[in-house]
Design a protein around this ligand. Structure first.
Ligand SMILES: O=P(O)(O)OC[C@H]1O[C@](O)(CO)[C@@H](O)[C@@H]1O
Length: 512
């Protein structure tokens, strides 16, 4: 048997296959991993049965139930999936059919989604990957005011439904986006609340705001769904139905992949094999980066989506026994063959610190034009995929190739589920909690400290030119932090003067 055939996992009924021949998992390696594999299968069974799989936050991990609510461990949990799903679908239908209308226009034509991280990346991926005939989709996924106004100014405001998504309901970037959008609506004479929808945990700050202000609708989010695995919960489904995506297909794709990768047979379990390939490539310690190369424009956001799913899940300082392990796998990527003209040079010839994951989409539409005798654009795309993969292999670079027939809601559901389950398995293989994100809190806290200092520096700034050291001494604060506050204030307030000296320590700042 050829190495290709031997290292291929394929599910013909689903149309998906994974080729590990350029990162082969030989029997010796599989035997050496048997203990970890057994544990990973057992962990997954426990997780899907409702165990507290996120011990730090004492939470169940239920995203696999979202596409098959019969798996939910209690009738209450099942109802918490089926009820909102039916509600989301009815809401989407009513908006698209013009039964739910904006106060000052005949029908909604656009949706503005405000969220960040797991509360934006999934909806953005779906919006970009799946063409659909519903509302035009727009996103605010940051607290950059310039970015926000660029989007807000392009909206047909009276026909725009705003969907604010935050599991915690307290994420500052999302709150800021909401406040800026509210202000923009007001300044343009359009009422915000009747055109606004909240997707958030019950009783969160956002939930309370939406209730108090009488927003059009609130969808509850459950605490057993993590942000980065929430695309098949109300987080992803509300935007998707508004966009006109067939969410049943998305869920079905994921459900089918879950089913295939629930089997204990390693060689026929694509998600377990993917996790094992990550382990082999990175020595189980994240020693190599994962470069994601989808050869299809529609999947350009998939690398970004995987970056959060994988890095926020696997990037952990401690293992489950409390040992310092500093785990993770770095993920980056864009799309082929565009990357061929950007960083593939280094991949082929430079530092060998990565493994590639090619994603092939077999069907090629708009394929009619012969750009060269007997060859179409699609032939070229395939040629570049095969060529790059071969060239990398020849210089000792490993890769995995995942093939799907086309990009649609069902295959996207499959891909997402495949990687979600590989992340779950990999976390067990290396003994970490994939479902918390304690490291993100440190940056959030430090940002809060900086913002508090910024207020003090702003208030302390006088008309006499002072250096950062002088202001810091007056405030009993850190000089470098004060310097950055002063630069920020001077850069956004024309009445503050910043005189740059030869040495930054000697720069002065004052009110003009
Ligand atoms: O949905 P929320 O609570 O606004 O959180 C957004 C994102 O922020 C994080 O908590 C990290 O800061 C992600 O895990 C999450 O997807």
């Amino acid at each position: 048997m050829s190495l290709y055939a031997q290292q291929l996992v394929r599910y013909p009924e689903l149309g998906i296959s994974l080729d590990f021949s350029k990162l082969p998992l030989d029997d010796a390696f599989l035997s050496s991993m048997q203990g970890r594999i057994d544990r990973a299968f057992a962990d997954m069974k426990a997780l899907e049965s409702g165990a507290i799989a996120n011990p730090d936050e004492k939470r169940m991990v239920g995203h696999y139930w979202l596409r098959n609510s019969a798996l939910a461990p209690t009738p209450e949990l099942k109802a918490a999936i089926d009820g909102p799903l039916a509600d989301v679908k009815a809401f989407g239908r009513d908006v698209l059919d013009g039964k739910i209308t904006p106060p000052r226009a005949e029908q909604y034509s656009a949706a503005l989604v405000i969220g960040i991280g797991g509360s934006a990346l999934g909806p953005e991926l779906v919006a970009d990957a799946i063409p659909a005939a519903g509302l035009d989709m727009f996103f605010l996924d940051n607290t950059d005011p310039d970015g926000m106004y660029k989007v807000l100014e392009s909206l047909p405001l009276e026909e725009t439904l705003v969907v604010v998504i935050s599991k915690s309901g307290g994420t500052p970037e999302t709150r800021n986006g909401m406040l800026v959008a509210q202000d923009f609506f007001k300044k343009n004479g359009v009422e915000f609340a009747p055109q606004a929808v909240a997707v958030t945990g019950v009783g969160s700050k956002l939930d309370k705001t939406a209730e108090a202000e009488g927003w059009l609708k609130r969808f509850p989010m459950e605490d057993w769904v993590g942000g980065r695995t929430s695309v098949m919960s109300v987080v992803g489904l509300v935007p998707a139905v508004l966009q006109g995506v067939d969410v049943d297909e998305l869920l079905e794709g994921a459900r089918l992949m879950d089913e295939k990768t629930r089997q204990d047979c390693v060689k026929c379990n694509a998600a377990m094999k993917l996790a094992l390939a990550w382990y082999k490539a990175t020595n189980g310690k994240g020693e190599k980066d994962m470069v994601v190369l989808p050869y299809k424009d529609a999947l350009v956001l998939f690398s970004k989506y995987l970056q959060q799913l994988i890095m926020e899940s696997l990037g952990k300082r401690l293992d489950l026994d409390g040992n310092e392990v500093c785990q993770g796998i770095s993920v980056y990527g864009n799309k082929g063959s565009t990357d061929q003209h950007a960083y593939v040079q280094q991949l082929r010839d430079g530092v060998n610190n990565f493994f590639a994951t090619f994603i092939e989409v077999r069907e090629c539409s708009a394929d009619a034009v012969e750009v060269e005798a007997g060859a179409t654009c699609g032939d070229f795309l395939q040629g570049f995929l095969r060529g790059t993969r071969q060239a990398l292999a020849e210089s000792g670079r490993s890769s995995i190739t995942i093939s799907i027939p086309e990009v649609n809601a069902k295959t996207l559901g499959m891909l997402i589920a495949l990687f979600e389950r590989a992340v779950s398995f990999y976390a067990s293989l290396v003994n970490i909690n994939a479902y918390h994100q304690p490291g993100v809190e440190a940056g959030k806290k430090a940002a809060g400290t900086f913002l508090a200092l910024l207020g003090k520096v702003r208030a302390a700034l006088g008309s006499t030119p002072e250096t950062a050291a002088q202001v810091a001494a007056r405030l009993d604060a850190d000089q470098e932090a004060v310097y950055h506050c002063l630069v920020h204030i001077a850069s956004s307030d024309s009445s503050v003067k910043w005189v740059q000296a030869a040495c930054a320590d000697e720069d002065t700042f004052c009110k003009a």
